[in-house]
Design a protein around this ligand. Structure first.
Ligand code: WQD
Length: 339
């Protein structure tokens, strides 16, 4: 299929582009480059072994988005484009609601106008809220979120479900747990701008000498070693999960279906630090600080539905995630070049 990858220059989008090409699909990348650098594109083409069509576009612009669908013959959309920092969303809720919802409405309007009806959505485990029983199961209700970022995911899942039922769209809602890692080549990877919010990129920047020390946000949780436990998933496995969902859309039993994309195996902050030290041969100095507001002690996903219905499960280990992150970070200490 010819697939529009909205946000395709970003961390998960770029890895998904490679998985799509490897699976025989054609790709059209759309990105506004607000959180990605154009220098990822030649590296992607090198890894993909083919040229890639890409458009710099603001997907909240309905006219521009419709024009894109008029000029590119498309069979499906995978939607990664959006703002994604939980903490920032609490400071700028309107920007998050406007960008994340408007880009979705704009894509759906263009898809309907040009009869493109396959949609894979980048959702998040954050939609399970703070009180779902662990492991999280896709049928859990009520969905809820404790940040404006998470609320946009809950809202967009609802919009997509209604549109799928009323307008004959086929929609997969992919709920990610904690994506980490990098392509094994070490030439593409996660390149957060500014101080990383997430654990793995912060650890990697300490290892490579960009940051002095890690702060562990709390070691007094009711867990094995007192630190939070999360379901980390290698970004390459996550990318393959998108291709499996795309290939399954036409056979899905219902017009819309949610899938957890996780390993089902949690790891603690201290376990991630130890794994990264093993992978990099570098010590990761850290201090224990206060808990971060909003963090849950532990959660992970029930991965059974993706295994039985998509034939997909994670294959890469925590050590693979750390080794691949280190290869990327040590080869690119400051991430992608600007030009
Ligand atoms: C993991 C653990 C922190 C940084 C978030 C979003 C979620 C999704 C994935 C978008 C926690 C601890 C972290 C640090 C630390 N994003 N930590 N020191 O919070 O599980 O999930 O990213 O979809 O929506 O909520 O991931 O990597 O931020 O934190 O101790 O410098 O590492 O407290 O326990 P999280 P994370």
């Amino acid at each position: 299929m010819r697939v529009l990858v909205a946000g395709g220059a970003g961390y998960i989008g770029s890895h998904t582009v490679l998985s799509l090409v490897a699976d025989g699909h054609e790709v059209v990348i759309a990105d506004d480059f607000s959180n990605a650098k154009p220098t990822v594109l030649p590296r992607l083409e090198e890894l993909a072994g083919t040229t890639l069509t890409s458009h710099r576009i603001d997907l909240t612009d309905r006219v521009a988005t419709d024009r894109l669908f008029a000029t590119e013959r498309l069979d499906a959309v995978i939607h990664f484009a959006g703002l994604k920092a939980v903490g920032e969303s609490a400071e700028k809720p309107l920007a998050y609601y406007d960008t994340n919802l408007s880009s979705t409405f704009s894509l759906l309007a263009a898809m309907r106008a040009h009869d493109v009806r396959r949609f894979v959505f980048s959702s998040s485990a954050t939609v399970y809220g703070d009180s779902a029983p662990v492991p999280y199961h896709e049928d859990y209700r009520p969905l809820d979120a404790s940040s404006p970022y998470g609320s946009t995911k809950v809202m967009i899942e609802r919009v997509l479900s209604d549109v799928a039922h009323a307008e004959g769209f086929r929609v997969a809602l992919l709920r990610y747990f904690n994506p980490v890692g990098a392509h094994e080549s070490g030439t593409i990877g996660e390149d957060p701008q500014g101080i990383p919010n997430n654990l793995m990129p912060f650890i990697a920047q300490v290892a490579v000498g960009r940051r002095e020390r890690l702060t562990v946000f709390g070691a007094d949780y009711p867990t094995l070693d007192g630190t939070c436990r999360r379901d980390y998933i290698h970004v390459a496995d996550l990318a393959d999960g998108h291709v499996a969902a795309l290939d399954h859309l036409d056979q899905m039993s219902a017009p819309v279906r949610a899938f957890n994309l996780g390993s089902g195996e949690p790891s603690s902050v201290l376990e991630m630090i130890a794994a990264f030290e093993r992978a990099s041969g570098r010590q990761i100095p850290y201090d224990v600080g206060p808990r971060r507001a909003g963090d849950l002690a532990e959660f992970w996903g029930d991965p059974a539905r993706a295994a039985t219905e998509l034939g997909w499960r994670t294959s890469r280990s925590i050590d693979d995630m750390c080794a691949d992150t280190w290869r990327w970070q040590s080869a690119n200490p400051h991430g992608y070049p600007d030009a």
